[in-house]
Design a protein around this ligand. Structure first.
Ligand code: SF4
Length: 493
């Protein structure tokens, strides 16, 4: 099976505040009970117990994980459900209420049946969950282990073991490939890569992606397009990508409109709407000739992350915590290119190029490092999103593949070491402002890359590997556990 990461998987419509701690657990809960139903076992179930381990237990309440699990058990879909139906579900369980699994099989579930275990690390990933379904006599009907590996992606225990084995096999194949490439130069044939199935242009790293672009004389986006249409009809790809952009853009607009205080004990006030009103007033002032493009860029990013913190509809890009950067940079491009923005067909084509390029870069991070804050710290979330946005912006303004790679590299290079330390376990401080700053970094990185010819010292592959190693070395205090950094130094009133 191909390990190709599709644009439609990397960008998925979900709910805030966290792709790994809200969307993933919600999907896992639904998957567990759906499997029971598919095996005809659901009717025997009279109770469900869930243990949220590691990072899910550490920041679970602030990230809405217990609520998301309960919503998933009743079958709510993060992509389509009313966002107002999720918050508060766990607390309402109290000492036990009747809960309709998948909406039709009632069991009694209490608050204590969804347990947080921050000190328990399951073997496959820091974001592990255990589900147990029990019968009326207390017998175990079924057990399931799931991992939320970032960006809303969920793997079962078997899948994560298989993925680890495939990764190990891939790495040794690449080592062997390096040796065989040397042999091929001496006349021996080169072996096919293990994942050369399903798409015409598979790439395992940025060097391969660039080599393919060069060989085919095409762009990153066109190459990614050819891969996507090998997996599904072109009309579905177009509709899916357009829908992703429309949802991102609608999220920006909603965040620029809504006001009030975000959920949680920090009592963080939304700022994006006031920012928009201030900027609009400045634009109406004929005596002001200030360039407000950076202020608008920051407002776009904060608008999305305020929506995310409020548990509203967002697109994981590539995660929820980092969801503001790619929409903000995309809106920045349209705002600064009104000729494109005002022409429906040109706008659609530009945003397809933008998202396909971003997804191709994001796939490199997902495959060769991590997009999970629990695994790599914030460099895996905000750093990856910043890199994706930088490369994508570079592409959409006409950059060459080498310049795109350079932009993506610059953006990550200056996010290396970025820790995850959300205050109060909420995806608010530093996350909301951090997206605004990273959006600015992405634009700067694209501009810097466009001034050169694409040649540079540190390759994107090197910086991705450096990010992976830095994440592996990083103390768990800085990996979505809220036990270090700002999370312990900010006094909560
Ligand atoms: S600090 Fe970064 S990785 Fe951590 S929750 Fe916030 S955005 Fe996500």
């Amino acid at each position: 099976m191909s390990s190709y990461v599709s644009v439609l998987d990397l960008f998925s419509v979900g709910l805030g505040p966290s792709s790994s701690h809200t969307v993933g657990p919600m999907r896992a809960a639904t998957a567990f009970v759906t499997a029971l139903a598919d095996r005809g076992e659901l009717a025997r179930v009279s109770g469900v117990r869930v243990v949220l381990c590691g990072s899910l237990g550490a920041t679970g309440v602030g990230h809405g994980t217990p609520d998301a699990v309960v919503a998933g058990l009743v079958g709510l879909d993060p992509e389509t459900c009313d966002p107002d139906l999720v918050p508060g579900r766990w607390e309402k369980l109290g000492d036990g209420v009747r809960l309709p699994l998948l909406g039709w099989h009632e069991v009694v579930v209490a608050q204590e049946d969804v347990r947080l275990a921050p000190l328990t690390r399951m073997p496959g990933h820091p974001n592990g969950m255990r589900f147990t379904a029990v019968a009326a006599d207390g017998a175990v009907v079924a057990e399931g282990e799931f991992y939320s590996v970032g960006g809303g992606f969920v793997l079962t225990a078997d899948e994560i073991t298989a993925a680890a084995e495939a990764e190990a096999a891939q790495r040794s194949a690449e080592v062997a490939g390096d040796r065989t490439d040397a042999a091929a130069r001496d006349g021996a044939p080169s072996p096919e890569r293990a994942d050369d199935v399903g798409v015409p242009f598979p790439f395992a790293n940025a060097a391969e992606l660039l080599a393919l672009c060069e060989r085919e004389g095409t762009s990153v986006a066109r190459l990614a397009w050819a891969n996507e249409v090998a997996l599904r009809p072109s009309a579905d790809v177009e509709a899916g990508v357009d829908r992703i952009w429309d949802t991102m853009s609608a999220c920006v607009d909603a965040g620029l409109e809504r006001e009030g205080v975000l959920p949680g004990r920090l009592q963080v006030r939304r700022r994006a709407r006031a920012q928009r009103e201030r900027l609009e007033a400045l634009e109406r002032d004929p005596s002001s000739a200030a360039d407000l493009s950076i202020e608008w860029l920051q407002a776009f990013a904060m608008a999305v992350n305020e929506e995310n913190a409020d548990g509203r509809r967002v697109v994981t890009a590539p995660t929820n915590g980092a969801a503001g950067i790619i929409p903000a940079v995309g809106r920045h491009f349209l705002r600064t290119h009104p000729d494109v923005a005002e022409d429906g067909e040109r706008r659609r084509r530009a945003m397809r190029t933008y998202l396909l390029t971003a997804a191709a870069i994001g796939a490199l991070y997902k495959r060769n490092a991590s997009i999970s804050g629990a695994e790599a710290g914030c460099q895996g979330e905000v750093g990856s999103a910043c890199s994706m946005a930088a490369g994508a912006l570079c592409a959409v303004v006409g950059g060459t593949p080498a310049q795109v790679e350079n932009a993506a590299e610059i953006a990550m290079e200056h996010n290396l070491g970025l820790t995850c330390d959300p205050v109060g376990g909420l995806v608010q401080v530093p996350c909301i402002e951090r997206n605004a700053i990273a959006a600015c970094t992405a634009v700067s990185a694209a501009r810097l890359a466009l001034q050169g010819d694409g040649s540079h010292v540190v390759s994107l592959d090197t910086v991705i590997e450096t990010m992976r190693q830095t994440g592996a070395d990083m103390s768990s205090k800085y990996k979505e556990t809220s036990t270090g950094g700002l999370a312990v130094n900010v006094i909560e009133c």
